[in-house]
Design a protein around this ligand. Structure first.
Ligand code: ADP
Ligand code: MG
Length: 320
């Protein structure tokens, strides 16, 4: 199959059609109508076989995860997703794989109303994909990781550590029963980008980011950017029953701190906005937990049942 046939069959006219796309896949560039009075928000994320995923990852899951990781970045800013491009490098044309992959892309794009407006397809030794998403938000309203202030409460959405449990299972480093493995794999393969929560938080949070490398490392970045510190109550970390039952409470805490790819939001909210936050996220149907507080002295401390707690956690870094 030739490159152009491939693009036409798998990537043209798949997923939703947006009115603000004047020209999509098929020309030299896409043309979109950018909304007046709004800021554009752009992010790019790459997945490489052997680094971010293993060769046998189901193509639907891979597609979901690649898009979800990008949408999660938009969510962290409070942006509404709109368009994306996909650069795909493959060793060969595998039609069954492409069928699953393109279906996976179309499904998540449909749900979040993102249109695939272009990309690039080429041959290369290793499977890899790079997605760029574009979204927008009201002018000047973008959330940043640099806005945390002393006294803010620190929150996360959802549960932490389940994706890491899924990865442990894939790597054969755990002996989960069938049900536990299925739950963990689901969280690892199909993370939920917190797109709607992010938009709700725009007017409530002082700082926000998404959790891709692990709480301890990502929170470290937020604190550094904000010039503040924090105390985290590790007994308040949201741990799923599945995680605690599978590895025990202590290990579950470490996995929640160090495990990557949960794609939950980490955010800080001033005390005065606590009531608004409760209402807004309940209304949006998003689980969230208070896990600690921002402090003025620039250090990150963990506490368990009121006592200092030393974490072994280190997040993922590519060039260590
Ligand atoms: P050009 O050589 O002008 O860059 P290409 O031949 O690379 O164009 O691509 C032809 C059209 O198909 C372009 O509109 C491009 O955006 C789109 N396209 C190529 N690969 C993909 C892909 N993987 N997903 C979506 N659109 C793609
Ligand atoms: Mg090209």
């Amino acid at each position: 199959m030739k490159e152009f046939e491939l693009i036409k069959r798998f990537f043209e006219n798949k997923g939703p059609k947006r009115k603000d796309v004047l020209l999509g896949v098929g020309d030299d560039c896409a043309i979109v109508h950018s909304p007046a009075e709004r800021d554009l928000v752009v992010s790019c994320d790459t997945l490489v076989e052997g680094v971010h995923f293993l060769a046998d990852m189901p193509p639907e899951a891979l597609a979901h995860k690649a898009v979800a990781a990008n949408l999660s970045d938009l969510a962290a800013m409070g942006a509404e997703p709109a368009w994306m491009t996909l650069a795909l490098t493959m060793p060969r044309v595998d039609e069954d794989w492409l069928e699953g992959f393109s279906q996976g892309i179309a499904s998540i794009c449909e749900y979040y109303r993102v249109q695939l407006i272009g990309g690039d397809t080429c041959r290369g030794e290793q499977l890899s994909m790079s997605i760029t998403v574009h979204g927008h938000l009201p002018r000047g309203k973008g959330l940043r990781r640099s806005g945390a202030k002393a006294g803010d409460n620190v929150y996360v959405t959802g549960y932490l550590g389940d994706s890491a449990l899924g990865l442990m299972h894939i790597l054969g480093e755990s002996s989960l029963n069938e049900k536990a493995a299925e739950l963990a794999l689901q969280r690892h393969y199909y993370p939920t980008p917190r797109v709607f929560a992010g938009q709700v938080l725009r007017d409530i949070a002082n700082a926000c980011m998404d959790l891709s490398d692990g709480l301890s490392s990502d929170l470290g970045h937020m604190l550094e950017r904000s010039g503040v510190g924090a105390v985290i109550e590790v007994d308040q970390l949201p741990l799923s029953e599945n995680l605690v039952e599978s590895v025990g409470r202590e290990h579950a805490i470490e996995m929640a701190l160090a495990g990557g790819e949960d794609y939950e939001l980490l955010f800080t909210v001033p005390q005065s906005q606590t009531g608004v936050l409760d209402l807004a996220l309940k209304e949006a149907g998003v689980k969230f937990s208070r896990i600690g507080q921002i402090k003025s002295s620039p250090e990150l401390n963990y506490r368990l049942d009121g006592k200092a707690w030393r974490s072994q956690a280190k997040g993922y870094q590519h060039f260590e």
